[in-house]
Every structure is written in C-alpha cells, then in structure tokens.
Design a protein around this ligand. Structure first.
Ligand code: NAD
Length: 432
C-alpha cells in the first residue's frame, strides 16, 4: 500500500491549542513538523514565543524546530496529518463537529497519495470513519482506505499536569489497516518511549477516550450527590471521604464543580451516540445533571450560611477565590465558578472575583467579570469562598483569611483546602 518510511516523513498538526501545541513540540523533536491553525492571533503569539495556554514555556517555544502557518496551501503534500481541533457541544448539549469537519475539508484539499490522517480530537465512536473519512474523500477526490488512510489516537493530556506529560503516558492508537496501525505505533512510540497501546480498531479507540471522561464525570457526580445528602445532616463529606478512603478499593474523588471542555462535555458525546442507537443513557446523563446543578446547589448553601451570620446583612460582600475551570490552569472555558458567581449575584450579593492565573481581558469577555488585581481591601468581606484550589490559595494561612474577612465573617471552603487551618473562634466556617 506504499506507506511512507517512518524515518522520512513530514507531519502537519492541525489546531494548535492545549493539545496540538505540546504535541507539535514533542513531534518536532523527531520529525519535520508544520503546525497549522485557523486563528492568526494564535500563530502570531506563538511566533512571538508566547503560549497563552501555559502548556509550553517561552524557552521551549524559542527553541522549537517547527514551522507555524495559517496558510492552508502551506500544508499540502505532508505524509501525516494529526487533527487536534475542538469538539465542543452546542447550546443544547449536542456535539458540535463543525471545527472537526472544516479541518477535515482543509486537510482533504492538501492530501497526497498514501497520506495518513490521524484524529486526536475527542469524538464518539464512528465519527472518524463515517463522518471525517467522507469529507476527506470529497475534498481530495481520493478514496479512503485506498489512496489515503485514517488513524485515531485519543489525547490524554491533563492541563496543568506537569507529571503525566505526552512522553510519560501510554498512548492508545488505532489504524484503518494493520499496516497503518504498525506505522502509528512506531510514530507515537517515539514520543512515549514505546508506551503505545494498539486498540482493536478506530471505533474502539474512539470509545475508550469518550468513556474515560464519562467515567470521571459519574464518579464526581456520585460524591457530589452524597455531599448534597450529608450537608443536610451537618456531616462533612470530606471527613466521610477521609474515613471511607482507608478502604483499599475506595475510589478517591472529591466533591466540586465540573467545568472545562472534556469531563463536562464528552459524556454528551456518548449520550448523543446512545440516543442515535435508540438507547436512553440514564447513568451518563444523571451524572451530567448532578454536576451541572452543583454550582446552583453551592450558591444556595452559601447564601443560607450568609443569612445565618451574626452580621445580619442580607446583601453580603463576597470574595471568590478562583475562576478558571480547574486548579493551576489559565483556561476559563466553561468555568462553573462563573455559574456560582452569577447565582450569588442574582441572590443580591456583591461579589469580587480573584484569580492569579486567569487573564483579566478574557474573564471580562467571557463572563463580564472585572477580576480583582492588586491587593484586596483589608477586612472588607462578609464571606471568602475557596472555589478553585490554585496553589496560592492552598498555601493560605489563618492570617490571610483574617485579613480579608470582617470579624465574624464566613469561610466557605468548597474544596476543603483550609481544613487544617485554625481560625479565631469568632469566624464562621462552612464546608462540604
Ligand atoms: N484540553 C484538554 O485537556 C484535552 C484533553 C484531551 C482531549 N482533548 C480534546 O482535544 C481536542 C482539542 O482540544 P484543545 O483543548 O486543544 O482545544 P483548543 O480550543 O485549546 O485548541 C484548538 C485549536 O484549534 C484551532 N482550530 C479550530 N478550528 C480549526 C480548523 N478548522 N483548522 C485548524 N485549526 C482550527 C483553534 O484556533 C485552536 O487554536 C478536543 O477534541 C478536546 O476534546 C482536550
């Protein structure tokens, strides 16, 4: 079938975001790589040596050997294309495959004979072969499986995680034919020191990815639900988890907000597929519902605690610590902290938002919040909430909280990060 030799290939990566940029960087240590993105501002900032996602350092970018472009003509004739564009959901939580299909069209127009197109974007089983393949065929005028070949390799990176980087984790790969699978094993094996798992076929690899995140969503939903139950009885879920966690096979999940564009999105891809097949995905969607309701639940609990404060103010000044979708990342997309803040504002409270990692311009554009920059006013707040456990907040001591709170104010420790802090007796504490 005339596949190129692994030592003599040119790779194009399509979509240079959280996934595509670090992948391109790793690949460029082994192969000639061109990174393509439709967003000229992204290419410009990368060419200037700055990665707004924080995944790659200035030093890494300065020494990177790849070529970057927004010109679709500049990606013609590569041996391998790796597609890492977003796969979000629309307003009705249905898969939005527009970027994936448009990227496929661009790649299709650039395809040469015997090229391999690998998808890393998260999809539901069947998308690569039944939706992307035909778009590539139409745009290229070539036949899939004969003139060009498909592969799938789900991305597992965990934003902000500097331990489980691409080179240290096992990469799942699948190819349209055994030869393509072998080729992709060799290609990805160079990045992962050989830690590659060959899935039975493309659909199996697609399915593996989508259930990894759906499983996490359901596990978090379970602890969120028990937190809702125990909260009514005054039992602290973190104390319960500390006790239950001593059992060897108890799964370690903690209650909290589930935002971002993976765990909160991928289960909807699985649910969409299930419905297409005539199956009602009850467990998958129950997890989504609990996790999506969590911000409202937390806002109601905090509002209730504020009403009980000796300060007797119906309208409180609240300091929210953290806005990004998870700890120690800059990513603001689909942040459930924003839902919590909006609910507290709706309840009539004045909310100041602080986040040392979020970009103030992006926070304003995405949610309309003016991030607090500089030093907060001393003892100005009725309530301080730990929403996102960034390192800075985890390191807080009693003095830091006392400095922010009015005497008798409320510490709402959503993530349980200050459980070991002893506060002076006059302050009120609430946690799950
Ligand atoms: N971020 C993660 O932690 C993570 C982890 C695992 C899997 N994934 C999956 O990887 C995929 C990419 O996610 P991401 O977080 O890197 O997205 P991202 O939004 O950070 O980046 C995507 C990039 O693709 C570009 N793009 C959009 N349409 C394009 C097109 N038609 N042609 C070329 N470029 C285009 C955008 O400009 C952007 O720079 C998604 O399917 C996501 O579900 C993400």
């Amino acid at each position: 079938m005339g596949l190129p030799h692994i030592n003599n290939i040119k790779i194009v990566t399509v979509g240079l975001g959280y996934v595509g940029l670090p992948l391109s960087l790793r690949l460029s240590g082994h192969f000639p790589v061109t990174g393509y993105d439709v967003d000229p501002s992204r290419i410009l900032e990368l060419q200037d040596g700055y990665d707004r996602t924080g995944e790659c350092s200035d030093q890494e970018l300065a020494t990177a050997a790849f070529h970057l472009t927004t010109d679709p003509k500049a990606i013609a004739g590569a041996d391998v294309y790796i597609v890492t564009v977003p796969t979000p959901v629309d307003a009705d939580n249905q898969p939005d495959l527009s970027a994936l299909l448009s990227a496929s069209e661009t790649v299709g127009r650039a395809l040469k004979q015997n090229a391999i197109v690998v998808y890393e974007s998260t999809v539901y089983p069947g998308v690569t072969e039944t939706l992307c393949g035909p778009v590539l065929e139409t745009a290229s005028g070539r036949v899939c499986g004969q003139d060009f070949y498909l592969g799938y390799s789900p991305e597992r990176i965990n934003p902000g995680d500097k331990i489980h980087t691409v080179d240290k984790i096992t990469k799942v790969v699948a190819g349209q034919t055994p030869e393509v699978a072998d080729f992709l094993m060799s290609l990805y094996g160079r990045l992962t020191n050989g830690k590659v798992f060959l899935a039975k076929n493309i659909k199996t690899a697609e399915a593996a990815k989508v259930i990894e995140n759906a499983q996490r969503d359901i596990n978090i939903a379970f602890v969120n639900e028990v937190a809702m139950i125990f909260n009514q009885m005054g039992i602290k879920t973190h104390d319960v988890l500390a006790a239950a966690g001593t059992k060897w096979n108890f799964l370690n999940f903690t209650p909290g907000l589930v935002g971002g564009h993976c765990i909160g999105v991928d289960p909807y891809y699985l649910a969409h597929l299930a419905r297409q097949l005539g199956h009602n995905p009850e467990v998958v969607l129950a997890g989504r519902k609990i996790n999506d309701d969590m911000a409202g639940f937390l806002a109601r609990q905090i509002d209730r605690q504020i009403q009980l404060l000796p300060l007797k103010s119906e309208t409180a000044r609240i300091m929210v610590l953290g806005l990004t979708f998870k700890e120690n990342v800059r990513d603001l997309r689909n942040s459930k902290a924003a839902d919590l803040i909006l609910s507290l504002q709706k309840a009539g409270h004045h909310v100041d938002v602080h986040d040392p990692l979020a970009d103030p311009g992006e926070a304003k554009a995405a949610y309309g919040f003016d991030l607090l920059t500089g030093t907060a006013q001393r003892a100005a707040y009725d309530c301080v909430i730990s929403v996102v456990p960034h390192k800075t907040y985890v390191a807080f001591q009693a003095d830091d909280l006392v400095a922010l709170l009015k005497p008798g104010g409320l510490v709402a420790d959503l993530k349980g990060i200050w459980r070991d802090i002893e506060m002076p007796g006059e302050y009120v504490r609430w946690e799950l």
